[in-house]
Ligand binder design. Structure first.
Ligand SMILES: NC(=O)c1ccc[n+]([C@@H]2O[C@H](COP(=O)([O-])OP(=O)(O)OC[C@H]3O[C@@H](n4cnc5c(N)ncnc54)[C@H](OP(=O)(O)O)[C@@H]3O)[C@@H](O)[C@H]2O)c1
Length: 343
């Protein structure tokens, strides 16, 4: 059906406008940062990618690389001109959030203020504390029951406060544990013994746990960003100045994950238990082991993210089927360390 010249004119105008959509990704060498760069670039956005060091894997053609410190505001502000969205994919040393998160938060807010861009942040489930309920919705109360919960609550409160005080727009997309790159629970623990026919369970095998397949989460960032930077400005009205959206991703028990790996590999795997007691022994000597042990509760309490608000906003959400996720995890587990999972 020919929809007529008016339709084609509108399409080309939309196309032209969408060609000017520009995002600045902070922490482009990171897990979510890299996935976001790839997803925004694939969707036709102009992408500016901040890194502190050399890029760990080639970036798509057209991505502008910005090598500077994440706190270098003059450089970032200059690079942020004309940018509609800034993705804060920075994640400082896990043992030093108390000192490193506040300046990063302040810098990203200052950047959003100076450029007028909407700030997007991948939130996590720490905010709900160690007695978190089984289903986590956007209105589930936060509970600062441990330091990292308090630090993430403060981070998001700063975004909410900046929205209220100065109209700095921000969107938190909250997700479960990342899957689909190096340095996740999958490659560090659960899938480490696959070659020896073992699959490591982090806690009771029947306990649901929230996961985010990075390419799906990154595409969701692009879709949400399109609402605030796209030609259809009416969508903007559907999001408050500070919005929180939950990305459901994959809710899986350890047993379901193990079965999916067995199916993909075509052989049974022996379940092993993660050596939490051993890790605990190291906690007096290692701040990292202490920090990891503090998060053990996420493997002892069932939890999932209720993604209905995001679904109502976007319609169908990016959701790679579990068998494809697992196949790509297996490919990634045999890739050189630090390299992204092959797409
Ligand atoms: N990992 C998860 O399972 C998960 C789940 C939900 C939400 N999140 C959240 O998603 C965000 C990104 O997490 P991620 O796992 O993708 O991060 P990541 O890969 O651990 O790190 C992202 C980047 O942060 C940069 N960085 C580290 N320390 C820094 C510092 N002191 N100053 C400036 N930049 C620094 C690094 O840049 P260089 O490479 O340049 O050193 C790194 O590439 C975080 O807010 C995290 O809490 C993570």
């Amino acid at each position: 059906m020919d929809r007529g010249p008016a339709h084609h004119a509108a399409m080309s105008t939309n196309h032209e406008i969408s060609m000017t959509q520009t995002v600045l990704v902070l922490g482009a060498n990171g897990r979510l940062g890299r996935a976001a760069v790839l997803a925004f670039a694939a969707a036709g956005w102009q992408v500016r990618a901040q890194v502190r060091r050399a890029v760990r894997a080639p970036l798509p053609a057209g991505v502008q690389l910005l090598q500077c410190d994440a706190l270098d505001l003059p450089t970032l502000t200059a690079a942020g001109q004309g940018v509609q969205v800034v993705v804060n994919a920075l994640s400082p040393d896990y043992t030093q959030w108390a000192t490193l998160l506040p300046p990063i938060t302040a810098a990203t807010l200052a950047l959003a203020r100076a450029t007028g861009a909407t700030l997007m942040l991948p939130g996590n489930v720490y905010n709900f504390g160690n007695r978190l309920p089984a289903v986590l919705a956007e209105d589930t109360p936060f509970a600062a029951t441990h330091p990292k919960a308090a630090q993430r609550i403060a981070l998001e409160a700063a975004l909410a406060q900046a929205a209220q005080a100065d109209g700095v727009r921000s969107i938190v997309v909250r997700a479960g544990d990342f899957l689909g790159d190096a340095g996740t629970w999958m490659d560090l623990a659960m899938g480490k013994g696959l070659a020896r026919g073992r699959f490591t369970q982090m806690g009771p095998a029947d306990l649901p746990h929230a996961w985010a397949w990075l390419p799906d989460l990154a595409q969701t960032f692009v879709r949400v960003a399109g609402l605030v930077a796209g030609p259809v400005q009416a969508h903007r009205a559907r999001l408050p100045a500070h919005a929180v959206l939950h990305f459901a991703g994959h809710t899986l028990t350890g047993a379901q994950l193990q079965q999916a790996f067995e199916a993909a590999l075509g052989r049974p795997l022996q379940a092993a238990s993660f050596p939490w007691p051993l890790l605990r022994l190291g906690t007096p000597f290692s701040p990292m082991l202490r920090a990891l042990f503090e998060m053990r509760y996420l493997w002892q309490r069932p939890h999932q993210l209720d993604g209905s608000r995001l679904q109502a906003l976007l319609g169908t959400l990016p959701h790679t089927p579990l068998d494809a996720v697992v196949r790509q995890c297996i490919a990634g587990l045999s890739a050189p360390p630090g390299r992204p999972v092959p797409a």
